[in-house]
Design a protein around this ligand. Structure first.
Ligand code: NI
Length: 156
């Protein structure tokens, strides 16, 4: 019996017909200069990664998200913005913009930070270029203090 490559090697024998697909993890080796791996280890320790695999997995995911971003694939985005809600017409302008992008916006959360300032978190799903456009339109409003945009993959 030939086992698929991704089959976990733990606890299997050729007489055990109930092959369980424990995991679909692949292993591969990477050759790197010592200075590079030392720098990488020190970097990932500061980022609280448990091991190199986790860190490399994240790097690969980030790279694939970037690729999707440039190729126009569907991504998930979070826009966090802080603003002064006393600024004239800011809230209604902000809502107008969100309605213009309603096919993108999944949900919003509003938090009153202080007497003047609010935090709004907008979850969006769609083409990265459209999510960036939404974020930049919100950023351009007078009274908006800060806008950050984070893009994630919608897939594994
Ligand atoms: Ni508020």
């Amino acid at each position: 019996m030939t086992l698929p490559k991704e089959e976990s090697s733990s606890g299997r024998n050729k007489y055990n017909l109930q092959v369980r697909f424990v995991s679909k993890l692949y292993r591969f080796g990477i050759s790197l200069e010592k200075t590079l791996i030392d720098a990488f280890d020190s970097h990932i320790r500061k980022q609280n990664y448990q091991n190199r695999s986790e860190a490399i997995r994240d790097l690969i995911r980030n790279e694939l998200v970037k690729k999707k971003w440039t190729e126009g694939g569907i991504v998930a985005g979070v826009i966090a913005m802080t603003y002064n809600h006393h600024k004239r017409e800011l809230v209604s302008k902000m809502l107008d913009i969100q309605h213009d992008f309603q096919e993108l916006v999944i949900s919003t959360q509003h938090i009153h930070l202080t007497h003047h300032n609010c935090l709004e978190i907008i979850a969006a799903k769609g083409k990265a270029v459209k999510i960036e456009e939404l974020a930049s339109k919100l950023k351009a409003l007078v009274g908006v203090k800060h806008v950050s945009l984070s893009i994630s993959s919608t897939e594994d």
